[in-house]
Design a protein around this ligand. Structure first.
Ligand code: F6P
Length: 502
């Protein structure tokens, strides 16, 4: 069983002579002032939640874009912030971008182009040459900051996600000896879809600047290798997940990301969460016999939120005895709000919530509650503990850590997870009720199945899933990446089975 201490030991043994640098667009802590006090808050999203425990365990520097109102106030004279503020474990170095750079790089190429390209959600990608110019120039800025940070020292760089596809090549062009790994947190498209991107060859070339490239699923690795074979003059060994390109080797491997099970488990048992459960049970009417269904998501069109609401509507049509009893709470903050498709999503969700509530509301009961804000982590934990079922209905998702968080929080081994077949997590969490979010009838039946399932079956399924998340935890993910990275960086790694790959 991997733990934070086990990962620390591995890092000490294998990589203590290297500087460890994580680089991502999103910062793990954004700073703001409240009543004269500086607060460092973690933005919503799986990346920061997953990598922060790893950095806490290993130390090093995390380079990211500055986005907090009071980031400047938190920095020391060298532009660094020791985080977390209350118990510093690693160093955060922030890059400032202009609004125009961020519009082209983050909103434009990354989120209007690559995001819909990589997700099957039927939103057309926008590929604009000015966005791409900004993407290239910002990737270069991040690469230069990484190079500045490591100086002449031996270093390991772990690049995160689709915002930084070109960065590995930019670093490699300057420092051939740096060990570079990248984890792609979202799905990878099939080669026919990838052709929509006018710069697919440059993206592939950028990513092959890595020694190790990780995706969540082996099917994503396979699609990436297919795209390399079709587009570049490279030798691909699909069996070993190895690309030989311009005399450099890149290992391509699956690493399903996870959560810090022990921390979530301990938080769910804490006095703070128990108190929060009591408060919420009163507020939501659970102490008066109501039942809670839960959805938690960053508000994104890939998450299938309207589909989920329509399934709740169909459920109430089919089983009227639950009217007045089931409260479905959809929680989670707005995201990428400058992009039209996200604004439209907010309008659609509001309209669907209002329509369903107008249709079914009775007395003080409304079937759907919508809390489109960020909430304290104790509140999320309490909601997960209280919910009879949690529905994660992504139309397409690299992993979906909310599903794993629900499982890790169910210390009572109760609760039912309803999970989309199109989320990476469905491959591990096979004891959930697996649904197709487009199939409203089947989805409504799954809600009924969740609410009528016997105690023994619920416990059996939840216990099984908790065992999986407990062992395939975030330290296991990080440890396997580090072992594979060390293997990938040795000249004779080719053809060896990758370390720790199951
Ligand atoms: O799931 C993909 C992802 O980029 C994560 O890596 C990240 O945590 C989440 O989306 C949030 O995205 P953003 O940084 O755009 O808020």
């Amino acid at each position: 069983m991997w733990t934070s201490a086990e990962l620390q030991r591995l890092m000490q043994r294998e990589i203590s002579r290297y500087r460890l640098i994580v680089v991502s667009n999103r910062q793990p802590y954004a700073f703001r002032m409240e009543e004269g006090r500086l607060l460092g808050e973690m933005p919503p999203g799986g990346l920061t939640a997953a990598i922060d425990p790893l950095m806490r365990a290993c130390g090093g520097t995390w380079i990211a874009q500055s986005g907090g109102d009071s980031d400047r106030l938190a920095m020391d004279g060298d532009g660094r912030i020791a985080v977390p503020l209350d118990s510093p474990a690693y160093s955060l170095r922030l890059l400032n971008l202009t609004e125009a750079e961020n519009d082209g790089f983050y909103y434009g190429f990354a989120n209007e182009g690559l995001w819909p390209l990589c997700h099957i959600a039927y939103t057309e990608p926008v590929f604009d040459v000015q966005h791409y110019e900004a993407y290239k120039s910002v990737n270069r800025k991040f690469a230069n900051l990484v190079l500045d940070e490591i100086g002449d020292e031996p270093a390991i760089v772990l690049a995160q996600d689709y915002h930084l596809a070109l960065l590995p090549r930019y670093i490699r062009q300057v420092r051939d000896d740096v060990i570079i790994g990248q984890f792609w947190h979202i799905p990878w498209p099939n080669p026919d879809t990838l052709r929509i991107c006018p710069w697919q060859g440059e993206l592939l070339d950028g990513m092959l600047g890595n020694d190790l490239l990780g995706f969540h699923l082996s099917s994503d690795c396979q699609k990436f290798l297919d795209a390399v074979e079709l587009n570049l003059n490279a030798e691909v060994d699909a069996q070993y997940g190895l690309v030989d390109y311009q005399e450099d080797l890149t290992l391509v491997r699956p690493f399903p990301i996870s959560v810090d099970f022990d921390i979530l488990d301990a938080e769910a048992r804490s006095a703070g969460v128990l108190g929060e459960m009591e408060r919420l049970a009163g507020e939501l009417g659970l102490d008066r016999g109501r039942i809670l269904g839960l959805g938690i998501d960053r508000q994104d069109y890939t998450k299938g939120i309207p589909h989920r609401l329509r399934a709740v509507e169909r459920f109430l049509e089919k089983w009227p005895e639950y009217r007045g009893r089931l409260v479905f709470l959809q929680a989670g903050a707005a995201s990428r709000v400058n992009i039209d498709s996200y604004m439209q999503l907010t309008i659609d969700i509001e309209a669907t919530v209002n329509r369903i509530n107008e249709r079914f509301a009775e007395g003080d009961w409304q079937p759907i509650l919508h809390w489109p804000t960020s909430l304290p982590s104790e509140t999320f934990s309490a909601l997960r503990r209280l919910a009879s079922f949690c529905a994660e209905s992504s139309l397409h998702d690299g992993m979906n850590l909310v599903a794993k968080e629900y499982v890790a929080s169910r210390v009572d081994e109760d609760g039912v997870l309803i999970l989309s077949a199109f989320a990476g997590a469905a491959q591990e969490l096979s004891s959930s009720i697996i649904i197709n979010p487009y199939a409203t009838e089947q989805f409504a039946d799954a809600i009924h199945q969740a609410l009528t399932m016997g105690d023994d079956e619920r416990r059996f399924r939840m216990r099984h899933m908790r065992g999986i998340v407990q062992s395939n935890n975030i330290y296991n993910w990080a440890g396997r990446i580090m072992m594979n990275l060390m293997q990938a960086s040795t000249p004779d790694h080719a053809r060896l089975p990758a370390a720790g790959v199951i």
